[in-house]
Design a protein around this ligand. Sequence first.
Ligand code: AVI
Length: 324
Amino acid sequence: MSAQPCTPLALSVFASEVQAGLATEGQKTLPCRYFYDDVGTALFQTISLLPEYGLTRADDRVIRANAGELAACLPSPVAVLELGSGTGRKTRWILEALSARARVAYYPIDVSLTALQCCRRELSDVAGVVPVEASYLEGVTRAVSLRKPRERILTLFLGSTIGNFERSEMAQFLQEVRARLRPGDALLLGTDLDKSESRMTLAYDDPLGVTAAFNLNLLARINRELGGDFVIQGFAHQALYNRSERRIEMHLRSRCDQEVFIRDAGIAVRFRAGETIWTESSHKFELSEVRRLAAHSGFNCVRQWVDQEWPFAESLLIAGATRV
Ligand code: AVI
């Protein structure tokens, strides 16, 4: 995950999404993709170092341990696309394994130029890096148009970012990815697996308060970029495990009755004491559920690798002959 640019267009979309999420009746919401400005990106990188949050290290470990086997499952030549390029650390294992056979083209796709530049710097020694500054689906469209004859595509969607989608939107998104690929192309999907409630709530409510700062930064970002007047201390971070939906829900709970003005969204928002803004869902998966999700999206799941220390899976999906 990485920072978003603050172009005037991005700011006006941000303002209208904040308005839609806060000025409506019922549960207030804010989209979790706005966590990742520069401050939020740095806080997320710190979260991934915390002993309580094992997800990122598990993702890295399982890829590192199985990159050779993954490469053996794929034909050559192959071009690698990555949705949300991040720092490129995990991707190195995959690119190294694939480039042992032939030079690999690597298309990191991200809305952040900073993240793309970091990726190019980090990975140019192992692959021909072609940064694509775009949203995920637009980026896939652009990158596949550069495909060479006989080249297969491996798309990476790592870090359990799919878990931050609503369950109803996951298959729809993967279908959109599938529609841009050809039969035989591959998708490596990282998903965090279900684990004990105590382990998960600690991961999303760490004792140092880094996740709390990550969550509260969303209000600070609204103050900085949209002229909001949130008093940050007036809200508390909350992480709840919803067992029936198998997800961690992050909220910001108002500590008192209060009113907040957000100049560029053109709204005044009233909060009752105890009322929350729902900021993120982080869904957890069963292995069989990932296989079903693949089938509903036009892919066949041919391999699943699981980390034993922190249950986390990488699933290798191959695009089937027909789209759904
Ligand atoms: C990026 N994403 C997969 C993280 C997660 O675990 O859902 C974001 C995060 N939220 C709180 N801690 C980390």
